[in-house]
Design a protein around this ligand. Structure first.
Ligand code: AMP
Ligand code: MG
Length: 354
């Protein structure tokens, strides 16, 4: 299959998306930018489109897809209208009033029309209304319901640029819409509204504190920052090794001096063995490391910058064939929790405390 590559910036006229919409309506696949990461879209209500998404990504079919909509009212067709689920929709509306359009995914009981292929066989559906104008226009052109996991090969870091989508998806999908670099750089926060109290299954830009301000108590799946609970993560996709670079990544946690000393010692040993090394540092610390590739993820004082750079750095290390990587740890509050969650998964939970 030949993959067409078109450019459509967020601010531009959206007629360029007419054809993309036609492709989606006909059961084809189109990758597109959102404010979080690039998504790999298919018609969420067409079971064969969802099957094609799994094939293109090499994604296990028990890992459900997020359904993207482009206006609140459209949620009513895809979630259950049973009276016992009414309270969940009330909560969803409260959250939507504050956080939609935006980087928040809500889990709700599904209606009949959502195929089991889209939800990985679950009776619930994940729904998001993205704020990215190109994404919204594309969803509208496609008929309102676009299933879109991140547009990477399963297991690799999610794409923050269209060139990374092309690396993974060229020849596998019908079209890639290039909208430049994404804004946030990490996937949406997922909150499960089918349980009481609501529970965060994947941390993201919208934090627990922000959700709790609207809903009262909100819990966090304990598997998010630890693999020691013996429990499976509640979002099926979170159990897979994810976001992983090709080389071996270790997180080193502790005070800056201790971390720098430890990492430089390890880098020396690795160099003696002829291994290509890399470090994920911050603007404040990058100058202290002696690796083949030292990359600053951003400012330690502003973890949003780290969220935005993290996946790009992991991809760059792959491009540069770096074999051994060390990363500093980040504070586990606010957006830092999402950064650490992805970093821990990328490192297979390999953390050294110094
Ligand atoms: P991605 O689309 O690649 O960002 O991944 C979607 C994530 O949402 C995966 O971790 C899925 O397991 C999770 N997810 C999607 N639908 C559901 C659902 N109905 N219940 C729980 N988790 C879900
Ligand atoms: Mg993904």
């Amino acid at each position: 299959m030949e993959t067409r590559f078109v450019t459509c910036m967020e601010s531009e006229d959206k007629t360029c998306l007419k054809e993309a919409g036609q492709i989606l309506k006909a059961g084809g696949l189109v990758a597109f930018p959102t404010e979080t990461v690039y998504g790999l879209g298919g018609d969420a209500l067409n079971p064969s489109s969802s099957k094609r998404i799994y094939e293109a990504k090499g994604r296990p079919s028990d890992n459900p897809l997020i359904v993207h909509i482009c206006k609140w009212e459209d949620i009513y067709r895809i979630v259950s209208d049973a009276p016992e689920h009414a309270d969940m929709l009330v909560r969803a509306k409260k959250l939507a009033d504050v956080f939609w359009p935006g980087p928040l995914t809500m889990i709700l009981p599904k209606s009949e029309i959502v195929p089991a292929e889209t939800t990985g066989g679950l009776s619930t559906v994940a729904v998001r209304f993205p704020s990215h104008k190109t994404a919204q226009a594309l969803i509208a052109e496609a008929g309102g319901y676009v299933a879109a996991p991140s547009a990477n090969t399963s297991g690799k870091p999610s794409p923050t640029l269209a060139k990374y989508v092309a690396e993974d998806m060229n020849g596998r999908i019908d079209m890639i819409v290039d909208g430049g670099e994404v804004g946030i750089g990490l996937e949406s926060t997922i909150v499960d509204l089918t349980v009481e109290p609501p529970e965060i299954l994947r941390p993201g830009y919208i934090t627990r504190e922000m959700l709790a301000e609207v809903l009262g108590t909100v819990e966090t799946d304990i598997t998010i920052l630890s693999d020691k609970s013996g429990q499976a993560p509640k979002a099926p996709g979170m159990k897979y090794r994810h976001y992983a670079p090709k080389g071996e990544l270790t997180i080193v946690s502790g005070n800056v001096d201790g971390v720098v000393t430890y990492v430089n010692e390890k880098l020396k040993e690795a160099k003696a063995l002829g291994k290509k090394t890399g470090v994920i540092a911050t603007d404040e610390t990058a100058a202290f490391y002696q690796a083949d590739a030292v990359k600053s993820a951003g400012k330690r004082s502003d973890e949003l910058t780290v969220a935005k750079r993290l996946y790009t750095i992991l991809r760059e290390f792959d491009d540069e064939d770096v074999e051994l990587m060390y990363s500093e740890a980040f504070a586990e509050a606010g957006i830092g929790q999402a950064v650490m969650n992805r970093l821990l998964k990328a490192a297979g939970h390999h953390v050294i405390e110094v």
